[in-house]
Design a protein around this ligand. Structure first.
Ligand SMILES: NC(=O)c1ccc[n+]([C@@H]2O[C@H](COP(=O)([O-])OP(=O)(O)OC[C@H]3O[C@@H](n4cnc5c(N)ncnc54)[C@H](OP(=O)(O)O)[C@@H]3O)[C@@H](O)[C@H]2O)c1
Length: 275
């Protein structure tokens, strides 16, 4: 179960990071500092979360506690509304760099917004940013296999990452198989199903059997599937708990039991529905 994943562009990144969606502005600096102290080295942010300046403030202090900038993977995403154009993407990327006060390591298109039919043009902008050395790796979020295939066919450049909703109720097995064929990392958002899946009786019973928490079982499941994930918590003890998943292994039977929980239920929007 690798904790560092190789990317299809030659780079690498931690499999387990933490996310910052809905972390209130006034708490962001504290949460990022707590995450770094717990041992996380990948931070998932976005222009849309509105807290990149506060992320930057926490990062600027990381060196004081012995964490070098090059140990960190900072991700961000181009929101694409009101405009999803190459010009808007470049401007958003530069605004994010300014807000963070440092470079972005992984930059993604947040949503394909297929009805606008501009995501291939925007992808070309990300390719240019990477070619110019302004960002280490480029990826997408909420892309279906069909959207990914268009990027590959029309630009010849395969995203390194596709960040999509995934948890035991929405394991995304087919999309994961597509990713595997193309060397794309599946990075799960809402990996705990926004905490709803924590109450699932099967997850609770597997957790009791191992003497761990339901969150630890789900995180371990994601990693044993070979994917990446970015659970969010504003609580330092939960941030630590979510990293502490090396003391047990899910058996093949338990992995099969979790696979059986699939309902297709989403906590967020379907990629084709966000315009
Ligand atoms: N690309 C996209 O379109 C997209 C969309 C949504 C999210 N994301 C990214 O994915 C990240 C995670 O998704 P998410 O925040 O929606 O959902 P999530 O990580 O599945 O769940 C977060 C919820 O779980 C709780 N929690 C975390 N660890 C816990 C533990 N050990 N025990 C009990 N409860 C725990 C948190 O509560 P507390 O905070 O109170 O601890 C919070 O309510 C986001 O922060 C964001 O970075 C991306």
């Amino acid at each position: 179960m690798p904790r560092t994943l190789r990317l299809n562009d030659g780079g690498s990144m931690p499999a387990l990071g933490f996310g910052l969606y809905k972390v209130p502005l006034e708490e962001t600096e504290r949460v990022v500092a707590a995450g770094l102290e717990a041992g996380y080295r990948l931070i998932d942010g976005a222009e849309f979360y509105g807290n990149e300046r506060e992320v930057g403030a926490a990062i600027s202090r990381a060196e004081d506690v012995g964490i070098a900038r090059d140990e960190l993977t900072l991700t961000s995403k181009f929101w694409g509304d009101p405009e999803q154009t190459p010009e808007a993407a470049r401007a958003a990327f530069e605004a994010t760099e300014l807000a963070l006060g440092t470079h972005v390591d992984v930059y993604m298109i947040h949503w394909p917004r297929p009805a606008r039919n501009r995501f291939v043009d925007v992808w070309r902008t990300l390719i240019e940013l990477q070619a110019a050395g302004r960002v280490r790796s480029i990826g997408v979020s909420n892309f279906t296999a069909e959207h990914l295939q268009r990027l590959i066919d029309e630009t010849g450049v395969t995203p390194a990452i596709n960040q999509v909703e995934s948890h035991p109720w929405l394991p995304q097995h087919e999309l994961r198989a597509f990713h595997e064929r193309h060397g794309i990392i599946t990075q799960a958002w809402s990996p705990l199903g926004r905490a709803r899946v924590l109450d699932d009786p099967s997850i609770r019973s597997i957790a009791e059997g191992h003497g761990v928490s339901p969150a630890q079982v789900i995180i371990r499941w994601h990693l044993q599937l070979g994917g990446a994930l970015i659970p969010k918590s504003t609580h330092p003890h939960r941030l630590r708990e979510n990293l502490d998943i090396d003391g047990f292994t899910l058996s093949d039977d338990e992995m099969a039991q979790i696979a059986g929980l699939e309902t297709g239920e989403r906590t967020g929007t379907h990629p084709d529905d966000r315009q």
